[in-house]
Design a protein around this ligand. Structure first.
Ligand code: HEC
Length: 231
């Protein structure tokens, strides 16, 4: 618009110049509000692009809070879904309900936040639940703590060049419902359950757990930008 204004003003005879002046005045007034609109747009863009000033400590703290709440919810859903499945169809029927996909939590998380939740274990039933390189470092520390009789704290680790935060939390084997499928195969797990599990998971390493044992750990991978968005 500015270029058109300049072009008309500097073009031709006095008469044309006079005409150009009139046109220019009209354009000037129509240019005016445009400029104001542009400034509003400019301010808006500036506002959305504004860099949030958050510290590393705030990010870590928020990741811890979020990870704690995600895993607490997942654990709660898992147990209540398992209980419901056992009541409805017995233990063999309930075998498919000890998985994150059955917690309904994975659906509850907003996919745009890019959070990945799973449980990993060295003594796993499903080999897909083996830890990856990043998870293994922390799980090894949890195993060490457990062997030494020390408690393991929830942990936040930066991975993928700091773009993702890995929240981890030890899963300590409780007594009760879990023993039906992960306890002593001679005295606690009914033989039809042992059989069904062996059929589905020929490499099963997840029998023989006692209350207080380290069963594995929760792993929640949270993109840093999703954490910043919450602050
Ligand atoms: C009805 C049988 C059943 C019950 C009860 C059960 N689980 Fe499982 N659990 C399984 C099966 C089957 C898998 C493998 C799931 C998969 O394919 O990812 C599994 C997997 C797991 C895993 C993932 C690591 C691995 O071994 O693959 C953890 C951790 C776990 N169970 C802990 C528990 C805890 C804690 C409880 C009690 C709240 C419990 N389970 C109750 C059958 C059961």
């Amino acid at each position: 618009m500015t270029r058109i204004c300049t072009f008309i003003y500097s073009n031709g005879s006095p008469m044309k110049n006079y005409l150009a002046l009139v046109i220019y005045s009209i354009l000037f007034y129509s240019c005016g509000p445009r400029e104001r609109v542009s400034k509003e747009v400019f301010d808006e863009v500036n506002k959305t692009m504004e860099v949030k000033r958050v510290t590393d400590a705030e990010i870590t703290q928020e990741a811890m809070i979020w990870g704690d709440s995600i895993t607490a919810q997942a654990q709660k859903n898992l147990i209540s879904n398992l209980q419901k499945a056992i009541e409805e169809g017995g233990l063999v029927h309930a075998i498919g309900f000890c998985s994150e996909n059955a917690t309904e939590l994975t659906n509850a998380l907003d996919p745009s936040e890019g959070v990945i939740i799973r449980r990993v274990s060295i003594k796993n039933r499903n080999p897909m639940n083996s830890p990856d390189e990043n998870e293994a470092l922390i799980l090894d520390a949890y195993v060490y703590n457990s062997e030494q009789g020390l408690e393991s704290e929830a942990n936040i680790q930066k991975i993928e060049n700091g773009e993702v935060l890995l929240y981890t939390k030890a899963i300590i084997f409780p007594s009760g419902i879990c023993q039906n499928c992960h306890g002593n195969p001679e005295s606690e797990v009914p033989s039809e359950v042992v059989e069904a599990i062996q059929g589905l998971y020929p490499e099963d390493k997840a029998l023989g757990f006692k209350a207080g044992d380290l069963r594995g750990m929760w792993s929640v991978k949270i993109p840093k930008k999703s954490i910043v968005n919450r602050l």
